[in-house]
Each structure stands twice: as structure tokens, then as C-alpha cells.
Design a protein around this ligand. Structure first.
Ligand code: G3H
Ligand code: ZN
Length: 280
């Protein structure tokens, strides 16, 4: 079934578990991750970025398909609008029925980020929808690698109190779209922010982080773990392998299915890894 993000993230945080958040670009991704969640026995966040919505010419085609998959799923599934800085798109997502949104005002001047985030929180909470915001730009999109950005713990606490957001994305050493898992996390800063801030924390750019370091980050206080690029690599790798082995393939389902299955396998592995971080 479709569930809101905030209670699932709070429950995960109180148990010391990570909550998997995987990006959906194609309908096959949503199918793979929803079935993987049932296999792993964990909830999952299916997130659609503003960029992915634009790829489909709007949020509705991929958003409605993902919502339908969530409602029919055996597992608890959050459908989340990821990295939206366009307030019209936020409104569209709320009208469509998503259960969570990330309003990303991290590129705006601080005052404006706060005011707009608070406005989004009011509109979303009226509908029972959760809100994630970001403080301290994670960066890395558009090919810019910015692993040096850091969120200040006191500012983070003030931001959460002023805006009423349900989750906070923080900058602690990751960078988006890394294809090597070599990011160096600031675990001491994660601990500091986790003790200063009551809401669950979000790690963006987790594709760049090694398995053991993700588990250490969860133990230090991170909850929602966002992975996109790594799962794209797995999907594309499986498709490439299949097409190279059989260059005569014509039916698109043949290679889409290979990508979907490989993505589901890796999703199960990651969900289990995040959930069991305490034991790691
Ligand atoms: O919001 C999405 C994530 O931060 C994904 O980042 O592609 O580097 O895993 P990634
Ligand atoms: Zn992100």
C-alpha cells in the first residue's frame, strides 16, 4: 500500500535502521523496487525527480504509474517527488496524490529557502503529505563534484524548527552521480547533527558510498538512504550484457526484463544492508 514518508522514517530512525529510497525513471524501476521491498520485508521509498518527470514530459505519466504500483504492492511504499525546486511541480505532485515531496531550496538564499519551504510544508501537511528539505547543498548534479559542502548542526536545528519539515537532507561528504564508491563521509558531523535535530536525516548521493560506510552512516544517525546512479549502472549493465550475448533481440521486453530483474536483486541486497546496519 501507499504510505506517507514521515512515520516510516521516524520508525526506522527509532529502530536504528536505514530506509531505502530508490529513484524511478522508468515504470520497470518502480515494479522492480516494489517487488524487492516485499522480498526484503521492508518499506521502500520510490522517488521521482524533477528531472525524471521532465524526461516523461510531465510528472503524471510516471507518477500515476508509480502510485498505482505502490497501491497494489504487498510492501509499504512511499511515492516521493525528489529534488523539486519548481513550486508548480510541487503543486502538481500534491494534486496527483504523491505521499511525500522533497522541496529543494538549497540553491536559494537562506531566508527565501526557509520561507518557501515553510509554505510547502503547510500545503503538504494539510493533505497528510510528508516534506523533506535540504540544507547545505549536496551538489554533484550537472557534473559538478562538490564533496566539501557541510551542513552546520545549529543551523540545521533552527531550520527544522522554523519550517516544520519532516526530514532533513544534509551535506556530510557525498556528492551526486558518483560512479565509484569512494566518498569519504564525515561521521562525527552526522552524529552531531543527529543529536541536534529530531527529524530523520537523509543521505543523498549514496551511490558514491561503499556498503560498510553506508552502514556506519546509519549507525551515526542517517535514516533515508537515496540511491539512484548505482542502480542505473546495474540496470544498464544487465541490458548491455544481454544485448551483447544476443545481438538479434528485437522485443524490448526481453532486455527491459533483464534490467528490471538485475535492479530488483540489487535493491533487495541494499534494503537488507540498510535495515541491518546495527549488526554491521
Ligand atoms: O536524490 C537522489 C539521490 O541523492 C541519488 O544520488 O545518483 O548519486 O545515488 P546518486
Ligand atoms: Zn539527491
Amino acid at each position: 500500500p501507499l504510505i506517507p514518508l514521515a512515520p516510516a522514517a521516524r520508525a526506522a530512525r527509532s529502530r536504528g535502521e536505514g530506509l531505502a529510497a530508490f529513484n524511478v525513471v522508468h515504470v520497470e524501476n518502480a515494479e522492480a523496487f516494489a517487488s524487492a521491498a516485499a522480498r526484503a520485508g521492508t518499506p521502500v521509498v520510490l522517488q521521482i525527480s524533477q528531472n525524471a518527470a521532465r524526461y516523461h514530459g510531465g510528472l503524471a505519466p510516471i507518477g500515476l504509474a508509480t502510485l498505482e504500483i505502490a497501491r497494489a504492492a504487498e510492501a509499504d511504499v512511499v511515492v516521493h517527488l525528489d529534488h523539486a525546486d519548481d513550486l508548480d511541480l510541487v503543486r502538481e505532485a500534491l494534486d496527483l496524490g504523491v505521499s511525500s515531496i522533497m522541496y529543494d531550496g538549497s540553491k536559494l538564499p537562506d531566508e527565501e529557502n526557509r520561507a518557501r519551504t515553510a509554505e510547502v510544508v503547510r500545503a503538504a501537511h494539510d493533505l497528510g503529505v510528508s516534506v523533506e528539505a535540504e540544507l547545505g547543498e549536496v551538489g554533484g548534479k550537472d557534473g559538478v563534484h562538490s564533496p566539501t559542502a557541510r551542513t552546520d548542526p545549529a543551523e540545521a536545528a533552527r531550520f527544522v524548527a522554523d519550517t516544520g519539515v519532516d526530514l532533513l537532507a544534509i551535506a556530510v561528504g557525498t556528492s551526486h552521480a558518483m560512479t565509484e564508491r569512494t566518498a569519504l563521509l564525515d561521521l562525527a558531523l552526522i552524529e552531531e547533527i543527529a543529536s541536534a535535530v529530531e527529524v530523520p536525516l537523509v543521505l543523498h548521493g549514496s551511490s558514491g558510498v561503499a556498503d560498510a560506510d553506508i552502514q556506519a552512516a546509519i549507525r551515526a544517525g542517517m535514516t533515508k538512504i537515496n540511491v539512484s546512479t548505482h542502480l542505473n549502472t546495474v540496470f544498464t549493465g544487465a541490458v548491455r550484457e544481454l544485448l551483447e550475448a544476443d545481438p538479434d533481440v528485437v522485443d524490448t521486453r526481453t532486455w527491459m526484463r533483464a534490467g528490471r530483474e538485475a535492479g530488483a536483486e540489487e535493491a533487495v541486497r541494499l534494503m537488507t544492508l540498510f535495515r541491518d546496519a546495527k549488526a554491521g
